[in-house]
Design a protein around this ligand. Structure first.
Ligand SMILES: NC(=O)c1ccc[n+]([C@@H]2O[C@H](COP(=O)([O-])OP(=O)(O)OC[C@H]3O[C@@H](n4cnc5c(N)ncnc54)[C@H](OP(=O)(O)O)[C@@H]3O)[C@@H](O)[C@H]2O)c1
Length: 299
């Protein structure tokens, strides 16, 4: 019995990781390998999790991580890591836009590499976001498309945002749409059906107190983000770190989706199963992203 997680070294993923203990070995992909003192400070994998090096900004690192996992059937796969940037100018070592590559492509490759090892009845959770849906009016520029080539190389998109901050946040919301589309496609595969996998895409809601905005301008980091917890108890779309982490842990361990549902959201701390955005429900878009991502990662 093997549990594998990304993004459990801080933020809502770390809160979840303290509650995910299904038995067996627990491995956490971590780009920072920290000592026991850091774990006691609440940084890095919580006790009980074995860290293995993983930098999602490198496809080679994803392949090494997958190869280094113990040779056991994977019963729980939690793909929670994610980040935002202040623009979309950075490129990974593989030459792809960094937010799209780290949040989506790396997780897609990891999932594809691990699919043959997923156990009967395995649970797979991919953390998405309500920012994928224009109808949610989150304030984050929503995705306009899910074309892998334009997301990997934004300069090739004739409709590319000129303002860096807008481009950066749209790259984020688009990557979260890709996380959701990946979960949707996975759930429809013959393997998922034959092996009874339970697949979820998760929107934790706006969750202040995490490290998500650390690459954003100073006023977001130093003013907006620290003040949001004061507003959180009164805002339906916002969750405490504790609730957002518990929601992820529930999906990873016990939650059951209504028939045909994959997307879970957490208004006021309670798991619900809303319709995702129109683009996220488009089967042609879903299939195209799966196949185009395979080409980009060299499968
Ligand atoms: N907070 C929100 O309002 C919110 C809302 C909707 C969705 N989400 C999603 O929730 C998930 C967790 O976010 P959070 O808010 O808890 O942010 P966070 O505190 O910044 O945690 C992000 C996690 O992802 C890991 N990570 C980021 N880039 C990585 C990379 N290149 N390689 C390996 N690991 C990497 C981080 O590792 P390090 O410890 O090394 O940094 C950390 O464990 C993300 O997918 C985010 O998109 C968050």
């Amino acid at each position: 019995m093997l549990t594998v997680m990304t993004g459990g070294t801080r933020g809502l993923g770390r809160v979840a990781a303290t509650q995910i203990a299904p038995g067996g070995t627990r491995i956490m992909g971590a780009r920072r390998i920290l000592d026991a003192r850091a774990a006691r400070r609440g940084d890095g994998p919580p006790p009980g999790w074995r860290p293995l090096p993983l930098d999602l900004a490198s496809l080679a690192s994803v392949r090494s991580f997958a190869a280094a996992l113990p040779d056991e059937p994977i019963t729980h796969l939690i793909l929670n890591a994610g980040g935002q940037r202040s623009d979309d100018r950075a490129r990974t070592i593989d030459g792809f836009e960094t937010t799209f590559a780290s949040n989506h492509l790396a997780h897609y490759l990891l999932l594809r590499l691990l699919m043959p090892r997923l156990a009967l009845g395995a649970r797979i959770v991919i953390t998405s976001s309500g920012t994928h849906d224009p109808a949610e009016k989150t304030g984050v520029p929503p995705p306009r498309h899910a074309k892998a080539e334009w997301l990997a190389h934004p300069e090739r998109n004739p409709d590319h945002d000129r303002i860096g901050a807008v481009a950066g946040m749209r790259a984020y919301s688009s990557s979260k749409l890709c996380n959701l589309l990946t979960a949707r496609y996975l759930a429809t595969t013959d393997e998922a059906r034959a092996k009874g996998w339970q697949v979820f895409a998760y929107d934790p809601g706006l969750t202040p107190g995490t490290g998500l905005v650390r690459n954003q301008p100073w006023f977001v980091r130093a003013l907006v983000w620290p003040l949001l917890p004061l507003v959180q108890p009164f805002a339906a779309g916002m969750n405490s770190l504790k609730d957002a982490g518990r929601g992820l842990a529930e999906l990873a361990t016990t939650a059951a989706a209504p028939e045909g549902r994959v997307y879970a959201a957490l208004p006021r701390g309670k798991l619900t199963w809303p319709d995702p955005s129109e683009l996220a429900r488009d089967d042609a878009v879903t299939t195209a992203l799966w196949h185009d991502s395979a080409q980009l990662v060299g499968l």
